[in-house]
Design a protein around this ligand. Structure first.
Ligand code: CO8
Length: 258
C-alpha cells in the first residue's frame, strides 16, 4: 500500500506525497484512497512535518474516481464503504496542504485538488468535472466547492457540459492559486511549503481552522446534498452504461429522453 503514495521529505518541515498509480492515471480506487488517508494520518501525527505537498506525475494528478470500481457499485455499497473517509480526512487535516497539479485533474481529481489549501497548476494541466459523460455527477465538492470558487455559470459549463479548462484558464477563473510551466509546478509548491513550514505552526493551524469554520457550516450541508444526489445515480442504467462503455472503449448509449 505504501507504494501507492510515495513519501519523501525534500526539505525541513516539508513532506511530499506522490500518487503512484500511473497505469490508471491515478484514478482513485479504494486502495489509493486508503493509502492517501494512511499517509495523511502519519503526517498529522508527525510534529516534524509542518506543511505538505500532494502531487501526481506529468500525465495525471488524478483522472477521477476509479470507473472500474464504480461499474459494480451500488448506492448501499458506496454509502456503507470507506470511500467518503478520504474527504473527511482531508477536511480534518490541520496542516497546510498544497496540491501540485500536472496533467489531468478530472472528476474526483479536481475535487481532490480543491480539498487542498493551495493549488499550483501546470499550464498544461486539465481541470474538469466530466462525470455526466459516464452517467453520474460530482459527489465530493465538484459542485459545492466549485460554485463557491468560480461561480455557478462557470461551474455548470464544467459539470453540465463536461467542458475542461487548462491550468492557465483555471487560474483566470480563480479555481487555482497560480499557474506556471509544468516543470516548475512541484519546485514551486515545495518552495511555498518550505516558506509556510518556517512560519509559526499555531498560526497556520488557526488560519486553516478559521477558513474552514467561516465557510464550513454551509459547505458541509452543500457537500452532504451533493453526495446524496451522487449516490442516487449509482447503479442506474445510465451509470452502468457509462462506466462499461468507458472500460470497453466505446461510445455510451444513454437514455437521453429522461
Ligand atoms: N477510472 C479507472 N481507470 C481509468 C480512469 C478512471 N477514472 N481514467 C483512466 N483510466 C485508465 C484507463 O482505463 C486506461 O487503462 P487501460 O490502459 O488498462 O485501458 C489508462 O487509465 C489510461 O487511460 P486512457 O487510455 O483512457 O488515456 P487517454 O490519454 O486516452 O485519456 C483521459 C485520458 C481523458 C483522462 C481518459 O482516461 C478519461 O476520460 N478518463 C475518465 C475521466 C473521468 O470520467 N473521470 C471522472 C470519473 S467519475 C468521478 O470522478 C466521480 C467522483 C465522485 C466522488 C464522490 C465520492 C462519494
Amino acid at each position: 500500500m505504501h507504494d501507492l503514495v510515495l513519501l519523501t521529505r525534500p526539505a525541513d518541515g516539508v513532506a511530499l506525497l506522490t500518487l503512484n498509480r500511473p497505469q490508471a492515471l491515478n484514478a482513485l480506487n479504494q486502495d489509493l484512497r486508503d493509502a492517501i488517508c494512511e499517509r495523511l494520518e502519519a503526517l498529522a501525527a508527525d510534529p516534524s512535518v509542518r506543511a505538505a505537498v500532494l502531487t501526481g506525475d506529468d500525465r495525471a494528478f488524478v483522472a477521477g474516481a476509479d470507473l472500474r470500481a464504480m461499474a459494480e457499485a451500488t448506492p448501499e455499497s458506496m454509502a456503507a464503504g470507506r470511500g467518503h473517509l478520504i474527504w473527511e480526512r482531508l477536511r480534518g487535516f490541520e496542516k497546510p496542504l498544497i496540491a501540485a497539479v500536472r496533467g489531468y485533474a478530472l472528476g474526483g481529481g479536481c475535487e481532490l485538488a480543491m480539498a487542498c489549501d493551495i493549488i499550483i497548476a501546470g499550464e498544461g494541466a486539465l481541470f474538469g468535472q466530466p462525470e455526466i459523460k459516464v452517467g453520474v455527477m460530482p459527489g465530493a465538492g465538484g459542485l459545492a466547492r466549485l460554485i463557491r470558487r468560480v461561480g455557478r455559470p462557470r461551474t455548470m459549463l464544467l459539470v453540465l457540459a463536461a467542458e475542461t479548462i487548462s491550468g492557465r484558464q483555471a487560474a483566470d477563473w480563480g479555481l487555482v492559486s497560480e499557474t506556471c510551466p509544468d516543470v516548475e509546478v512541484v519546485p514551486r509548491a515545495l518552495s511555498l511549503a518550505a516558506t509556510i513550514a518556517a512560519f509559526p505552526a499555531g498560526a497556520a493551524r488557526a488560519i486553516k481552522a478559521a477558513a474552514e469554520e467561516g465557510d464550513g457550516a454551509m459547505l458541509a450541508e452543500a457537500l452532504a446534498a451533493e453526495r446524496r444526489w451522487f449516490l442516487s445515480l449509482i447503479a442506474t442504467p445510465d451509470q452502468r452504461e457509462g462506466a462499461r462503455a468507458f472500460l470497453e472503449k466505446r461510445a455510451p448509449r444513454f437514455n437521453t429522453q429522461g
